[in-house]
Write a protein that binds this ligand. Sequence first.
Ligand SMILES: Cc1ncc(COP(=O)(O)OP(=O)(O)O)c(N)n1
Ligand SMILES: Cc1ncsc1CCOP(=O)(O)O
Length: 543
Amino acid sequence: MSRPRIDYSLYYVTGRSLLPPAPTSYTGPPGDWYLAHLEQALAGGVTVVQVREKDVDGGEFYEVARRSKEVCDRYNVPLFVNDRLDIACLLKCHLHVGQSDLPARLARQLLGPDALLGVSVNTVDEMRLVLDEGVADYVGIGPCFGTQTKKNLNPIMGPRGVRAILEVLGDSEVKAVVIGGITPSTIPNVLAQTPAPLASGGYRHLDGLAVVSSISAAHDPFTAATELRALFLGRKMLPSWNLNASTAALDEQQLVRNAVDMLKLLREGAHKPLVHHITNQVVMNDTANLTLAFGASPIMSSSPDEAPHLSTLISCLLLNLGTITEQQIASQKIAGEAANRNQKPVVFDPVGVGATEYRKKSASDLLNACHVSIIKGNAGEVGALAGLSEVQARGVDSVGAGFKDPASVVRTLAAREKLVVAMSGKVDYVSDGRDVFAIENGSEWQESITGSGCMASACVPCFPASLSLSLCSTAVALFAGLRHESGSLSAAVAGLVAINVAAELAAERADVQGPNTFRAALIDECFRITPDDLARRAKVKKL
Ligand SMILES: Cc1ncc(COP(=O)(O)OP(=O)(O)O)c(N)n1
Ligand SMILES: Cc1ncsc1CCOP(=O)(O)O
């Protein structure tokens, strides 16, 4: 194959209709403003250009592509044309085709040996077909998000849909760019969520970002291109998961020490970390009290209007699907996006996610809208998110004996989602995608009250919340050098150990006569539990 190897990192698909008016400083012919704008984008760092003209006839398309190629040639940047094989052949440039255009295998027959061919894909089946045919050099995967730029848009895939396609692509030579709604504010989420785990180890990443409006509608295309490319090259992901950094593995003693030290910080009470709960009506009062009992401070708000402001104030966001409504999921998405923007950890409890299609879709929409740091669920919920049917759910409860190999379930889901998974049950399992820890604390009484899983989830953000104290307290030493997901792992283990040890202490009390007295005693014990109690009783094992 004599085709060139090109840099796909910033792939600009032109959109002449979106151009802003030429500034007064532009003195060239009005018809050439598009070319001047393109040139600035190239100078800013665009690495590939595709001329996409939807409403013009062949003559005009040819002329725009010809003149665009002259500009691209000056920057040594390859030019593709969209759809039009004839124009690609005439100009000796490259071609991009969609699923409803001339089939790629036919286009390949007429394109010369030096021309690159790109194909759009929206589903894993389309991706498989592209691989089987073996004629494409890259795929344009999208639409990732909603966009005003394209009519007849295929279903929106979200970063997780893009990841499913990258999983099929695996370590093939075919390159991949993502398209649809790619902007500086969506890029961190895309980069955090799309890498797909490979069977051979490691991850399959995107090779580039494809944009239309982020450059074509920009008044300053130079700066727009510079920023987009820097975001991609810097692989500036959300802090909760940086695949390229290496963390020293934490052992169980260290995790218990972290839990003890975090509880000390909460007990010192110099700060009351603020946790924003968007949660269900059944447990709201209990989880607010429990947060207070640990020394953190809850704010219970489902308002989409205050979520962005709240995200600047909080230490952590807790999202719970328990009594989800359309309005609440919209608030959760807004709050999650804002938390990501402000680099605040998000803990997600996908209550009853396996119960209905509606909950499944809500969870998937939410996970596409924001990157969460920790998912905490029961076996039924974790199984539903992992796409497994081994453990069934009845409503919000998990039924049956649990997974045969719970450790590999949580490890695989954590590695795929690139976050920490905490699965509660008689034994709790927590994984960061590499290591798995079992927590063998707890009391049977926990099963007798409603919302005990939600209460466990509410403990977790009390502990990452204490991470935000690190700049002004003894936690500096504790957390210096720890990456965020080590923080998430520590926090998930600490939160679950704390609630389970508090449950053991409550169960031992003589005044506990039944579920209701247990519930009250549990909140009391969350208030009374000491770092020493944790240190003495914690049963954490690395598997
Ligand atoms: C890089 C890249 N990816 C996807 C597309 C979409 O192509 P298509 O599905 O053919 O839709 P139209 O662009 O023709 O509307 C693309 N153009 N570029
Ligand atoms: C051409 C195309 N194909 C899928 S989405 C899309 C448009 C992307 O435009 P924008 O970058 O403005 O969202």
